[in-house]
Write a protein that binds this ligand. Structure first.
Ligand SMILES: [Ca+2]
Length: 341
């Protein structure tokens, strides 16, 4: 190669490197949790903070879909531990009808850890119902962002997202909920469902879809943007949490796992959804063919049916990397010290 050609080739290679090294804009994330009955919501919030510490995510807000006065304070304590005490938190006001609360819409989601952790760790929010309505907060957060820029990650029931679709135009936006979501949301990443079967052997639906069934039907069947589901099997194959014992005792996420299961490993359902939402499928997962995750209300609570069709923008994650290796990635984020600690 002539020296001049070589020099040009080198310049081109350097320019390409410079372009490749340009950091991607952080993913704008709203995380909707049912932190209460299970502990992986706490792990998911920790992973999201770790990704934010690495410049990969921007946390716009946290929504709480479970009915329990200690969930929002517990989430607030985790946000505070990670140095983000001002992340807005919204709380559900609208459980409709479902498997757990069919007879009692006021049914509280029990928890063996949120109250203990909230009482032990610094935070500001005194009770969940002190937080604004989750659907109205989501409107405010979405309206302030560029079009097509926000990823919503739900790792609990679909109470808040159904309520968001049902919101009416207000001072925040002249658009109704569906139109606002369509304009601002890039993708909804949903932990839930059984794919492609739609139910477990025996016929039961997946917990997140089943809990507030009417909300699931409304949110999933009518959602106006692409949706990617991290179904039950994806996170069930990965177990993390025990290594939180390597983090300080003051870490509220460590305390959540401590109270929940004595600081042992737990399935990583919710953590997988956060990781996919921020980093994409990469070499961790495959995305299924395009289709429609049709929710049924009557067959059995929370049963979904997978219908391959280009007419709907739903996909679900499929295993690619061995789950144990995905687990190592999640674990490293879960136990990473907060930036500056
Ligand atoms: Ca959850």
């Amino acid at each position: 190669m002539a020296p001049m050609v070589l020099a040009l080739a080198l310049c081109a290679a350097l320019a390409a490197t410079a372009v490749a090294a340009e950091p991607a804009a952080p993913a704008k994330i709203i995380l909707d949790v049912d932190m209460a009955e299970d502990v992986d919501d706490a792990g998911a919030l920790a992973v999201l903070h770790a990704l934010a510490d690495r410049g990969e995510a921007e946390i716009l807000g946290v929504l709480v879909c479970s009915k329990n006065e200690w969930v929002a304070p517990c989430a607030d304590a985790i946000n505070t531990w990670y140095g983000r005490p001002n992340v807005p938190i919204g709380y559900q006001r609208s459980h409709v009808f479902g498997y757990k609360n069919a007879k009692d819409p006021q049914h509280e989601t029990p928890s063996n850890y949120v109250e203990k952790v909230a009482k032990a760790c610094p935070h500001k929010l005194q009770k969940s119902s002190d937080a604004p309505d989750a659907a109205l907060l989501a409107r405010k957060l979405l309206a302030a962002q560029p079009d097509g820029s926000v990823t919503i990650v739900s790792v609990g029931f679909l109470t808040n997202l159904a309520a968001l679709l049902d919101t009416r135009p207000d001072e925040v936006s002249p658009l109704d909920g569906e139109a606002l979501v369509k304009q601002k949301v890039k993708e909804w990443v949903c932990m839930g469902g059984v794919f492609p079967e739609g139910s477990f052997p025996g016929g039961a639906g997946e917990y997140n879809f089943m809990y507030d069934t009417v909300a699931s039907v409304r949110a999933i069947n009518d959602w106006p943007t692409p949706v990617v589901f991290s179904g039950f099997a994806i996170g069930a194959a990965i177990k993390v949490g025990a290594r939180l014992s390597e983090t300080p005792e003051a870490n509220p996420v460590r305390q959540c796992y401590q109270h929940y299961n004595g600081l042992t490993n737990r399935e990583a359902w919710d953590l997988t959804a956060v990781l996919y939402a921020v980093r994409g499928a990469g070499n961790l997962w495959k995305r299924s063919e395009q289709g429609f995750c049709l929710m049924h209300a009557k067959v059995s609570h929370g049963v979904n049916e997978w219908i391959p069709t280009p007419a709907k923008q739903h996909r679900y994650l499929q295993e690619l990397m061995p789950p144990a290796d995905v687990g190592k990635i999640l674990e490293a984020l879960l136990i990473a010290p907060p930036k500056g600690k």
